[in-house]
Design a protein around this ligand. Sequence first.
Ligand code: NAI
Length: 294
Amino acid sequence: MKIQFLNVGIVGSGAMGRGIAQIAAQAGSQVHLLDTQAGAALAARDSIHDQWQKLVGKNRISAEQAAAWSAQLHIVDNSAGLAHCDLVVEAIVERLDVKRGLFADLEKVVGPDTVLATNTSSLSVTSIAAGMQRPGRLAGFHFFNPVPLMKVVEVIAGLKTEPAVCTALCEYAKQMGHTPVLAQDTPGFIVNHAGRGYGTEALRIVGEGVADFATIDRILRDQVGFKLGPFELMDLTALDVSHPVMESIYQQYYDEPRYRPSVITAQRLAGGVVGKKVGEGFYRYENGAAQVPA
Ligand code: NAI
């Protein structure tokens, strides 16, 4: 089993993949980015460069450091380009069939000791591994958005995950400057299970007409002390990511009413009003600043 991750593949270069790529390069790895959407990996690499240039501007890192990290980022066109990786982390769409298909492809090209990891928010690691030739090499490696700032990562063992895989991922998380937390392979793991009520109850309060979303955010942020209100958080995560997570946890707990997703988020998702990344969610975003719609 590889315990040194010199070459790390990242599949999916959206919000999460690019964040994981950034901290993997900062940890000293050569990072290989793969995305099926044309131009997405290139856009991710540019955005990571911008993050490092901002740090240079604030005198937090030197220009030489930024250049050295930038040289560690590589783009590959297909899974064959990840053949030599010691670790491959996927951060693609949250769908069991697609993730299973990806790991089946990866197992055809990577070496026998390569560790595979999924950044899934809510799917069972055991289920993702079920179709694999060697399910013991897969673990959950669940980061939070924005990855460079959110310093906790859940390391999740599926039913067949080899303990050495979790140990190696915990060590690597520390190299990345993150704090690993071991979690059981249960729906939502720790954070997305414990945090369920934050969003679902806030949505119920809106649905019952008790208060509007901006008032709930303001109270929970300014009076209770959360960094972000539940609607600000949903806008940041984006409903195309968080609504399927709500559905998945609800289904996995056999339709437990406490976890029932909201028709409010279902409707907004159907309408494409998913959050900050498209300029409009519960709030409208002008130059990055949240505005309450009239
Ligand atoms: P995103 O939509 O920003 O990015 C996903 C990327 O994966 C896109 O660029 C897409 O083109 C690419 N992609 C899709 N299928 C692919 C495939 N088969 N091969 C290669 N690339 C593919 O999504 P985001 O937010 O980065 O989420 C990715 C994963 O991380 C999901 O499983 C999500 O549940 C999980 N996650 C998301 C968090 C969030 O706050 N956004 C937090 C923690 C986990």
